[in-house]
Design a protein around this ligand. Structure first.
Ligand code: FES
Ligand code: FES
Length: 154
């Protein structure tokens, strides 16, 4: 089937999408957007997190067909042009990126948290990022990055 959707503000389409195909697969393999990562494909790790309309979802659990006619924002769409979004910049500056597999999902989830709550407490940050697993950083650098991004955005 063909799907038509808006991705990062741009009208896009993909052909030959099969019914069981995930949005994550379509983004990475058909639409040239490899930012969202496939680490578990089971909804467990959050590395594939994107916005579907205004809601963060695990794109590995969403059928590509369900995104037809809707708005998707991926980690590639958060900054503007070459300019990184403050959340992306904070992750870079605070050393919150090691292998980077978890990073796109963490950045989308942090972006969503700070949209809803510009001054999150540490427990609120932990709760908001509970669905995003990182195997490398021990989370402290990630916490620092989120606090720093919140400060910059305020
Ligand atoms: S790849 Fe989707 S949650 Fe892990
Ligand atoms: S930086 Fe490697 S999984 Fe998080």
């Amino acid at each position: 089937m063909r799907i038509e959707l808006t991705i990062n503000g741009e009208r896009r389409e993909a052909d030959d999408v099969w019914e069981g195909e995930s949005l994550l697969y379509a983004l990475r393999e058909r639409l040239g957007l490899p930012g969202s990562k496939n680490a578990c494909e089971q909804g467990e790790c959050g590395s594939c997190t994107v916005y579907l309309d205004d809601t963060p979802v695990c794109s590995c659990l969403v059928a590509a067909g369900q995104a037809h006619g809707r708005d998707v924002t991926t980690v590639e769409g958060l900054g503007s042009g070459e300019q990184l979004h403050p959340v992306q910049q904070a992750f870079l500056e605070r050393g919150a990126v090691q292998c980077g597999f978890c990073t796109p999902g963490l950045i989308v989830s942090t972006h969503d948290l700070l949209e809803r709550n510009p001054s999150p407490s540490d427990p609120e940050i932990r709760e908001a990022l509970a669905g995003n697993l990182c195997r490398c950083t021990g989370y402290e650098k990630i916490m620092e990055a989120v606090r720093s991004a919140a400060e910059v955005q305020r």
